[in-house]
Design a protein around this ligand. Structure first.
Ligand code: B12
Length: 286
């Protein structure tokens, strides 16, 4: 169910007249839903997308029930990283959401936000966890918060071309979920109809997904490899399936050592979400 706002609420939030706002709606700049009584209602996700594209100033963010930047208030990627980490450790979800949305509305690409702010914050949390300064529950809670924030951003992304499918996930033994969720968002921003299959998938099921979905691009993320021999066997099966169906095969993740990469066949190894975004553009011939 989409959260809907009236033109009056949105007009007040962004400091324009209600008639200007209705005109933008009628020009199709912001999608509207008509109620049974014929009144215009604006889905909040579409309003966020409009604000991001137009870089429109917001004067009363509270009306939109969202943290919106005002001119000059952008937090920036470097400060975003440390502030995001603090918000995750203290479990301050509203602040975590505010930081990521602030960067998003400032028009940073999703891939950049993921690589710089989010991944950076988790790197720091990992260091603190390793020296027991952060408890396991704080780290797990941080992951849950981040997933919710990423899903919120996903809802504001334009619908991709359904003919350009992409999918991927993590193999059995690897329970990490942030990386594959990020890959989905990053590829959707690049214009692909990307869907994460989730974590801990048996390789046979991944092969079925390739056969049945016939994606342009398939990805695996490897953050933890328990049994390298089994992992290499699984990757071989995926490599054969992707080659057979003419699918680009992207691999990434912190567990992929040079030794493992040398024994794998794939289309592209990506060290970052920004590289995946570039690959997403490439497979579309952009
Ligand atoms: C959260 C977390 C977990 C959570 C994850 C929960 C979840 N729902 O995802 C859970 C509980 C699973 C976990 C478990 C473990 N963890 Co852990 N974990 C982390 C932590 C803090 C964050 C990981 C993360 O998601 N980072 C965010 C991602 C986005 O960043 P990233 O991995 O760097 O990925 C970037 C690039 O690699 C690249 N990329 C990654 N994947 C892909 C895929 C594609 C296709 C592309 C294009 C790019 C790409 O782009 C990303 C964005 O920039 C890290 C610390 C760290 N430095 O990351 C430790 C860390 C990875 N964990 C560690 C350890 C030791 C473990 C355990 C072995 C602990 C244990 N004894 O049980 C287990 C292993 C579990 C398993 N079987 O899978 C160590 C690994 C040490 C090592 N060198 O091997 C780390 C580094 C912590 C530390 N400092 O010691 N962990």
């Amino acid at each position: 169910v989409k959260e809907l706002l009236s033109p009056k609420q949105v007009a007040r939030a962004i400091g324009v007249s209600e008639s200007s706002l209705k005109r933008w709606c009628d020009q199709g700049l912001i999608p509207v839903i008509r109620t049974a009584g014929g009144h215009r209602k604006l889905p909040i996700d579409d309003v966020i997308r409009f604000l991001r594209e137009r870089q429109h100033k917001v004067v009363s963010p509270e009306v939109l029930r969202m943290p919106v930047r005002s001119e000059g208030s952008e937090i920036g990627l470097a400060r975003g990283r440390s502030a995001f980490m603090e918000a995750l450790i203290t479990g301050n979800e509203m602040l975590a959401r505010r930081i990521v949305l602030d960067l998003y509305l400032a028009k940073h690409a999703i891939s950049v936000i993921c690589d710089e702010a989010i991944s950076g914050a988790f790197h720091d949390i990992g260091e603190l966890w390793a020296c027991q300064s952060v408890d396991v529950y704080q780290e797990r809670r941080g992951c849950e918060i981040t997933l919710r924030v990423l899903y919120e951003i996903r809802r504001t992304q334009p619908d991709p071309d359904p003919g350009l499918k992409a999918c991927g996930g993590t193999l059995e033994g690897d329970q990490y979920s942030l990386t594959t969720t990020m890959a989905e968002l990053v590829l959707r921003e690049a214009g692909l109809d990307a869907v994460s299959l989730g974590s801990w998938l048996p390789v046979a099921s991944m092969v079925h997904a390739i056969e049945q979905t016939k994606p342009k691009l398939f990805w695996i993320s490897a953050s933890h490899i328990g049994d390298p021999v089994q992992f290499l066997r699984d990757v071989k099966a995926l490599s054969e399936a992707t080659t057979l169906h003419g699918v680009a095969f992207a691999v990434g993740g912190r567990a992929l050592t040079n030794d493992l990469l040398n024994q794998m066949t794939y289309t592209r190894y990506c060290e970052s979400m920004q590289q995946l975004a570039a690959l997403g553009q490439f497979v579309q011939g952009k």
